[in-house]
Design a binder for this molecule. Structure first.
Ligand SMILES: [Zn+2]
Length: 430
């Protein structure tokens, strides 16, 4: 009797030894140079510590040229009224090409069960409605004030939608499981106000062999290198080689042609694997970190790496969330992401901020706003270009309408989702 053929992790990936498709260059219809335009609002948040009433932000050709106390003379001005004007949001972790799975695999707190269902459903479902769902999801990001995304991809298919909608992206081409397809070389390109970067990701410590992990990190170049890490109890137990959840993950992986012995594990912990592969440094972007220990938080801080937290996905899939206060206290740069529509109800980073504020009520609201802007920009290697209101940074900006509030109430109201209307993009170049 022959043994059953392993079921690939991602059955629609290119065959072994091929490369993942090179990123499609964004087809931008025409980049129209536009005249300087100034935006002001009752409140303007330029970045941490910078809440200013009535400040004026001037954009030209999609980039910020000035941030001043009052609108300059002779420039067209739009006063947005009551509310907070802030940098465009940075959603540092999504999987846009999985948007067709929205609502089909409801998280139930059992990570391995969700993985089983998602992988079984993925190829057929996405073949039918995947492209349309992705385009719709990207259009939503463009409307709601998201300026930049960190998007994980196995196909490169969302790149055209992002370019068309005018949403900048660092697209992480992900090496995963038994599929040997290699990500393209990392590269970043600006087309007008739009950043389009191809970067490298390794899926997770339980699905990429140690030596390959080291090779992928080397391939990542100057752009960030991304990996899911310490997302679930199952992952931690699998690497430690004990525990019922680890055994379930082991069975799931074996069924898909990924045998534990082929990983050549060099450590018994997720972070240890990354360190053994020399893949933890200042350009590493870890995602989730739900199971991180205090000692590991300090090692991440020492390496200067970033961590992206996805509160709603983490709570849904594992009923837990990373030790955010502790990570901030030891100096880890934190970003915020929604994760995919397979595990999150929508791609709204506003809603993600609210979920984090509810899960961590002692966290300062401004720390959450910083994660959703400057923290994400730094994590994606774009500090100064996104996530702040300062000359030279790219648009669009974001605006959250609010009722009349005092200075000490504004940021908390935005983070808690107490908006007086739908938050939106401001100054997007079409
Ligand atoms: Zn992910």
């Amino acid at each position: 009797m022959t043994s059953p053929r392993p079921i690939p992790f991602i059955p629609n990936l290119p065959s072994p030894k091929t490369s993942l498709p090179s990123p499609a260059l964004p087809a931008i219809t025409a980049f129209m140079p536009n005249a300087p335009h100034t935006y002001t609002a009752r409140w303007v948040w330029t970045g941490p510590g910078g809440l200013v009433p009535g400040a004026a932000v001037t954009l030209q050709d999609g980039f910020i040229t000035a941030v001043e106390a009052h609108p300059p003379r002779g420039t067209a001005v739009t006063d947005l009224g009551e509310g907070l004007l802030l940098p465009g949001l940075v959603n540092a972790h999504t999987h846009l090409e999985l948007s067709g799975l929205a609502g089909l695999v409801p998280p139930n707190g059992d990570f391995v069960d969700w993985l089983e269902q998602m992988v079984a459903m993925r190829p057929d479902t996405l073949r039918v409605g995947g492209a349309e769902a992705t385009a719709k999801a990207v259009a939503g990001l463009a409307r709601d004030g998201t300026a930049l995304v960190g998007d994980i991809t196995n196909t490169g298919k969302a790149a055209a939608d992002l370019a068309q909608a005018g949403v900048s992206a660092v697209s992480f081409y992900e090496a995963l499981g038994a599929a040997r397809a290699e990500p393209p070389q990392a590269m970043a390109q600006w087309r007008g106000t739009l950043l389009s970067a191809a970067a490298v990701a390794a899926h997770a410590p339980y699905s990429v062999p140690t030596e390959r992990l080291a090779g992928l990190k080397a391939r990542a170049g100057d752009l960030p290198f991304c990996m899911h890490l310490a997302e679930s109890r199952a992952e931690v137990e699998f690497l430690a080689g004990n525990g019922p959840e680890g055994e379930r993950l082991d069975r799931f992986l074996t069924k898909r042609g990924l045998r534990r012995q082929d990983l050549h594990l060099a450590s018994s912990t997720p972070l240890g694997q990354l360190e053994a592969a020399k893949a933890l440094d200042a350009s590493t972007l870890l995602v989730h970190g739900v199971q991180l220990t205090s000692a590991e938080a300090k090692r991440i801080a020492r390496a200067g790496a970033s961590l992206c937290v996805c509160p709603r996905s983490n709570l849904g899939l594992t009923k837990a969330i990373a030790p955010v206060e502790e990570l901030l206290a030891v100096g880890v740069n934190l970003a915020l992401g929604t994760d995919s529509l397979a595990s999150a109800p929508d791609l709204s980073l506003w809603a993600e901020m609210t979920a984090l504020a509810q899960a961590k009520p002692n966290l300062a609201p401004e720390a959450i706003l910083t994660m959703a802007t400057q923290g994400g920009a730094s994590a994606l290697g774009q500090a100064g270009s996104f996530g702040v209101l300062a000359p030279g940074a790219a648009g669009p900006l974001a605006f959250a309408p609010l009722s009349e509030l005092g200075q000490d109430e504004v940021i908390a109201a935005v983070v808690r989702g107490e908006h007086a209307g739908s938050p939106r993009s401001v100054g997007r170049v079409v």
